[in-house]
Design a protein around this ligand. Sequence first.
Ligand code: HEM
Length: 124
Amino acid sequence: MKNFQFRIIAVLFLSFFLVACGKNVQTSQTTPKTDPNNQAQSLSPGDASAVYSLEEVMVHNNESDCWQIVDGKVYNLVSYIPNHPGGKGQILKWCGKDASEIFNLQHNPKTKALLVDYYLGDLK
Ligand code: HEM
């Protein structure tokens, strides 16, 4: 009888042990240490430049929604329009368009540095 009780206890003990081991294996598999998706989540909008097609830029073609392309980069110039030394009209004509040629023709090369504040992304 004692032998039988001992066997039951041994079997129960072994079962608990195996269940405990199984749980450990499960948790280590479901929680990977490095999640590659977290890298993308940690990027803020300014870190990774967006890419826009010409068609997307063309939609932003008025004073309250003015995107322009200068040398392959896309800018949102809405807030700059009222401050433009060359007048509102000059800049407005180019909303939704590629203004590279006219921009480079009309401005001192140093003026190009002002564009950085209005940068949205690159042209596709
Ligand atoms: C894309 C269309 C644009 C056109 C056609 C245009 C045209 C002009 C013109 C004709 C002038 C000379 C005004 C004068 O001497 O009386 C001028 C000056 C100026 N523009 Fe523009 N502009 C454009 C966009 C921009 C943008 C996007 C910026 C800056 C973010 C800018 C900044 C300036 C500045 C700082 C000056 C005075 C200094 C300089 O001549 O470089 N312009 N612009």
